[in-house]
Design a protein around this ligand. Sequence first.
Ligand code: HXC
Length: 392
Amino acid sequence: MKNRIEELNDKLAKAQLGGGQARIDAQHKRGKLTARERIALLIDEGSFEEIGALVTHRSTNFGLDKQKFYGDGVVTGYGTIHGRLVYVFSQDFTVVGGSLAEAHAQKICRIMDLAMQNGAPVIGLNDSGGARIQEGVVSLGGYADIFYRNTLASGVIPQISAIMGPCAGGAVYSPAITDFIMMVENTSYMFVTGPNVVKTVTHEEVSSEDLGGASAHSVKSGVTHFACANEVELINNLKALLSYVPQNCEEEAPALPYTPGNEKREKLNTIIPENANSPYDIREVISEVVDNGEFLEVHKDYASNIVVGFARLGGKSIGIVANQPAYLAGVLDINASKKGARFVRFCDCFNIPLLVFEDVPGFLPGTDQNGMALLPTALNCFMPFAKLPCHA
Ligand code: HXC
């Protein structure tokens, strides 16, 4: 029996090392943490329970039988963040580039199923080259299973995706349909495929940063909601975001104790100019209104003519949607409508009351805005006085 226990402990110790020390060193050299180090930062100390640490793949294709690593490239489990239950998967780039195949996908699906059964958020720390090429169509099937669960979980439990490395193919499509996406500047990427493949297929030469870096997605495409300077900042932002949202669609977000202070908010009288054509920064108004001036802005660098984010009023979590007169006079265009609608829909699903600041000249006219008519969801959900149901 003693030998069996030693054997088990030996395997568990090997699982801790993922793809081995040399690859861990290479990961650190790139300024990236390992899958386990990220979990340690995210989850309350001592609360993480790992599931499937000794899972391996079953493939023998293309020499994979000689490339087996305990955990199959993803660390999965559950634990608490500020005492609240969450389910987590953290992909390990040191194991075949964090690529996803049958066993890896099954581990993620298990976590998503448990999160649904127990009504708790699911957090994905993504660092993966996408479908593991060697396992072929089985890898693609694994993604189908994950996408299906993403859609079932949508609007039921919060789904948050942190992009922690170069993510390609399926490793991007699943995060893209979750509620919030966070990226790290200069070390994380989201693209259909990497620059080398792009060059081979289309002869276009493009850097990883321009193709799918944090700034490309936070400013231009709007795919990512938060661009963070480093992994630690990302994890701190992720914890802050979670503090504003409930565990699931049947609960309310946790409230903080609130002691009323000076509630006169006299500075508000000086922010808004007499002349209705003069710009002002709506963020100044928001910080004067909300508890302690604390505002977690979502999609900060995208469609700046509208401002959305989370704050607290009297200790209770609220969502804020505000026109921004300081940018394009706060006019509504396609991107602003999509940004506002997406945020409103999330708050609607998760019982988060909205505070709307309106100061808007209307919709931006012009031929490049014709697509607006194709966005009924965006318009219906954003127009606060339209009194339309918002469950599209
Ligand atoms: C198998 C992979 C892999 C993959 C990376 N690796 N991606 N192995 N399948 N998808 C392996 C590499 O071979 C390498 O192994 C190790 O991981 C590290 O990768 P590097 O290329 O050395 O790292 P880096 O230079 O940082 O580049 C990372 C990368 C690049 C940008 C992700 O590896 C890349 O472009 N990979 C292919 C991405 C891709 O086309 N994925 C799409 C798959 S199809 P060694 O042993 O040499 O160190 C897909 C469709 C899903 O996902 C559809 C769902 C319906």
